[in-house]
Design a protein around this ligand. Sequence first.
Ligand SMILES: NC(=O)c1ccc[n+]([C@@H]2O[C@H](COP(=O)([O-])OP(=O)(O)OC[C@H]3O[C@@H](n4cnc5c(N)ncnc54)[C@H](OP(=O)(O)O)[C@@H]3O)[C@@H](O)[C@H]2O)c1
Length: 265
Amino acid sequence: MEINSLFNVTGKVVVVTGGSRGIGEMITAGFLANGAKVYISARKAPPLMEKAKELSERYNAECIAIPCDLSTLEGMDYFTQQITEKENGIDFLINNAGAAWGEPLEDFSETGWDKVMDLNVKSIFFLTQKLKSLLKTNATIDDPSRVINIGSIDGLNVPAFETYSYSTSKAAVHHLTRVLANKLVKEDILVNAIAPGPYPSAMLGSAVNSDYSFIAEANPRKRVGTPEDIAGLAIFLCSRAGAYTVGETITSDGGLVKTAGHKLG
Ligand SMILES: NC(=O)c1ccc[n+]([C@@H]2O[C@H](COP(=O)([O-])OP(=O)(O)OC[C@H]3O[C@@H](n4cnc5c(N)ncnc54)[C@H](OP(=O)(O)O)[C@@H]3O)[C@@H](O)[C@H]2O)c1
């Protein structure tokens, strides 16, 4: 019952897609700071390599970069092959990489639909399929492997911006989470989702010119999310403490979804 056992992730092997910045970096830092080894991916190799080096040094832990485009099956195959060459099994898969697209309804492009759906939904499904046998290797009934899909409160609420494919994709992530949880719990792999509210990142920053002040003001907690908020929740879901939580979509949004009258997120 001690806290060190309940939330222990020491020695675990973690895969975080889109770990080079933003929410993926926050989650990666949380695992590294607590004794896990973390594989991170992104398309742009130089910032990814630089981030892996920086995080490894800061936390005196192993952060390994694998550059690839996870919106394609070729990219996912390459990523899977690279991890398989290095590990016999993995413990946690954090499907975090995501993209957004905003355009007025009248002009909304097929590119803006397909790009978002391919990365946010299709890649979560196929990457989980491809990494399943590595997750299974480390899974036991007492210590199941875990998959966390990063959804969004935009998949729960109607979004503030004209992000038709994004909000639809995130609702799909939440339901895919339940469908995969139903299948994989039988193999001791627990699947859950986190639906973040506003966290400072390139994605949210580009929508608000990196001025988070009005978003913070509109939030019931009067601030945006921090690395501790998201990393703490991810560690909970992956630890002994989260081993009876299955198929859930847990918000981390300062109360936006559960309080009336708040729209921004
Ligand atoms: N920030 C928020 O307020 C917020 C709120 C709700 C949900 N979310 C969700 O949280 C997740 C992370 O978002 P973020 O805000 O941290 O975004 P971000 O700062 O734009 O980071 C996205 C990460 O994904 C990587 N990525 C993008 N496309 C990729 C591809 N095709 N293949 C591999 N990696 C790719 C990016 O690196 P490269 O560009 O180098 O590929 C980067 O590492 C997303 O699923 C997002 O929808 C964020």
